[in-house]
Design a binder for this molecule. Structure first.
Ligand SMILES: Nc1ncnc2c1ncn2[C@@H]1O[C@H](COP(=O)(O)OP(=O)(O)OP(=O)(O)O)[C@@H](O)[C@H]1O
Length: 605
């Protein structure tokens, strides 16, 4: 909007004193008009209901990762009749309709804006480049007029096109499933360093034990913070351990293994900081990890009740407090089938695909895992990783036969698969376990486990690929869906910081009790427009006086303000005696100028 229209405009006669419009009309600052493209480029909005399609991702198999809020029909309250477009004048003028005074400001910019509207950019100033038009419409900001009842003014002006749509507010927020997954990881922040531990160990501080049950004599695990970078790492301390002379060569090989299904080793060092000769291996830290043991097998056998993690109590557990077996292992497994305790086959395949991928990388590097068991495989979210790799190479002096160790890895993988399939670590009764597998799962899974457990033939991890077959694609598809859902959320959230900044500016300026000893500062001049805009945003009411709330409307208006859109908005004074029609571009200028004033005042000595 051309600012000159306000400069040439003299305060109208008959302007209600209490409206304080005069102070705004008298302001001397000019309103810089940003190029539309520049403004549009900065805009964004939550995705549309059409974009809020069903996203199918999940922990292992495609599931409904989140359900978008149902799109409800527009409520009569939030669906105003479309307002007719008015011909655009090139002069400011004042009009009194039914006791309400309207102030029109029109200019060539207005014409441009109308032209843009006509060419597909809607009047909210949010176009496909930043927010996409469908997003706006979807968010309830479509081509209808401003809700006159919502603003308690009967008007037929072409202001902005905001139609709140009930039920869409939920699409503005991160789905609960994603939120809780992220929160769960962030909860690790609350782990407290153990004050009994050394304050620093080499370059690491804030040592926090990772084991729930406390460490034992042989090894301990900690989360630690690197003192220089602030990054977190998982430390595995091997008590009273001195690395053999050539261990570092094999550890260097381990350091080179960089795979999404293997927890990466960074380096190892010897230290006396714990009061003994300890060897510490430093790994990537992955928040909110659980071992496969604690997730699926803790307590071990199926047939018992599930704990909070979904694990089942083992009636054969050596723990004297564990529920006792009612008959024998086979019956326990059969009962597990009956009560639905077995894991879905898709979960087993997902785990196997990830573990074979990690194992393949390890074997390809000329290494062997040598510790593949449920307590050394960790998972967070849908990701499975082989943890604490290289420890066997760090402590064993003897030259190991890598090929033989790799064969043992495959056998260990077979045992792990069998344990997960039967939901017990006690799989000594192989015929009974395989019987359960063949009756509960596909022949492919049974054959894979048999292949892994058959030590008669020389096996290779690469031979597993044909056995996994098309299930590999299922895993890839699930991961891609998950990635899509996260990307979609990221796109939605990426501009939240921008909206927060503009809200902060409004909060600093609106209702400020005084500035530089001026008690009326926030009520006069440019600030008065901002006050009316704040009312328009947050305090609009319906015709019968109820609050009119529409978050799509709020987001759109804030985006328009931030982008300095040329679209217009009508602001009504609190006494309802006057209405001012003003562009977001002008409001933005008001906000910037007022905030700058506060900043300068704050910086003054
Ligand atoms: N890289 C990692 N990042 C984050 N947490 C991890 C990592 N590796 C393991 N953990 C977690 O640390 C905890 C302790 O692991 P650890 O292997 O010490 O368990 P444990 O059952 O006590 O085994 P052990 O008896 O061999 O010490 C587990 O909950 C595991 O999920």
């Amino acid at each position: 909007m051309d600012p000159s229209i306000f400069l040439q405009y003299s305060p109208p006669t008959g302007l209600p004193q209490e409206s304080k419009l005069a102070t705004y009309m008298n302001r001397s600052a000019s309103t810089p008009t940003r190029s539309l493209n520049q403004a549009m480029g900065k805009l964004s909005l939550e995705s549309s209901p059409t974009a809020a399609k069903k996203v199918l991702i999940g922990e292992f198999v495609p599931i409904n990762y989140y359900s978008p809020a149902p799109i409800l029909p527009e409520s009569p309250q939030s669906s105003p009749p479309a307002l007719a477009l008015q011909p655009v004048n090139t002069q400011v003028h004042q009009e009194n309709v039914g006791g309400t005074t309207y102030f029109y400001s029109t200019s060539s910019d207005s014409l441009n804006a109308s032209a843009l509207n006509a060419s597909g950019l809607n009047a909210s100033g949010l176009n496909a480049s930043g927010l996409n038009a469908s997003g706006l419409n979807a968010s309830g900001l479509n081509a209808s007029g401003l809700n006159s009842s919502g603003l308690n003014a009967s008007t037929s002006m072409d202001c902005e096109r905001l139609v709140p749509v009930a039920g869409l507010a939920a699409t503005f927020y991160t789905p609960e499933t994603i939120r809780s997954e992220i929160y769960q990881r962030n909860e690790d922040v609350f782990l407290q360093p153990d004050l009994q531990l050394p304050e620093t160990v080499e370059m690491y501080a804030e040592l926090t034990p990772l084991e729930a049950l406390g460490s034992h004599a042989l090894a301990s695990s900690y989360r630690a913070t690197h003192r220089a970078s602030g990054d977190q790492y998982a430390l595995r301390r091997l008590h009273a351990c001195v690395a053999p002379p050539h261990a570092h060569k094999r550890l260097d090989l381990w350091r080179a293994v960089d795979h999404p299904n293997v927890v990466r080793l960074h380096h190892a060092f010897a230290t006396k900081d714990f009061g003994d000769h300890s060897l510490v291996l430093v790994y990537d830290y992955h928040p909110a990890c659980m071992t496969l043991m604690s997730k699926y097998l803790s307590g071990g056998a199926p047939g018992g009740g599930s704990d909070a993690n979904g694990a089942f109590h083992d009636p054969f557990s050596s723990d004297p407090d564990a529920p006792r077996p009612y008959t024998h292992q086979k019956n326990a497994m059969l009962r597990a089938v009956a009560c639905g305790a077995l894991l879905p086959e898709a979960v087993l395949w997902s785990t196997l695909v990830q573990l074979t991928a990690g194992l393949r990388a390890i074997h390809a590097a000329g290494l062997a895992c040598r510790s593949l068991d449920p307590t050394k495989v960790v998972m967070n979210g849908c990701r499975i990783r082989i943890a604490w790799c290289g420890i066997a190479d760090a402590i064993h002096t003897n030259n190991i036969d890598v090929a033989q160790a790799q064969q043992e890895d495959l056998t260990a993988l077979g045992r792990l698969a069998l344990a997960l399939a039967c939901r017990t670590v006690h799989c000594d009764n192989l015929p009974a376990c395989m019987d359960l597998v063949s009756r509960s799962y596909s022949a492919d899974l049974k054959n894979l486990i048999l292949y892994l457990l058959s030590s008669a033939t020389r096996r290779s991890v690469t031979d597993l690929m044909p056995m996994i077959g098309a299930r590999f694609y299922t895993q890839v598809e699930a991961l891609e869906r998950r990635a899509d859902a996260f990307e979609e959320q990221l796109a939605r959230e990426i501009d939240n910081g921008r909206l927060l900044r503009i809200l902060i500016k409004m909060g600093v300026v609106n209702e400020r009790p005084e500035l530089n000893m001026d008690a009326s500062w926030s009520e006069t001049g440019d600030r008065y427009m901002l006050k009316l805009f704040r009312d328009y945003l947050f305090h609009s009411v319906t015709a019968d006086g109820r609050p009119w709330l529409d978050q799509a409307h709020l987001a759109s208006a804030l985006n328009s303000l931030d982008g300095g859109s040329l679209a217009k908005v009508e602001l009504m004074s609190r006494d309802e005696q006057s209405v001012l029609v003003v562009s977001y571009s002008e409001l933005k200028h008001c906000l910037e100028a007022a905030f700058e004033e506060v900043m300068q005042s704050a910086a003054a000595p």
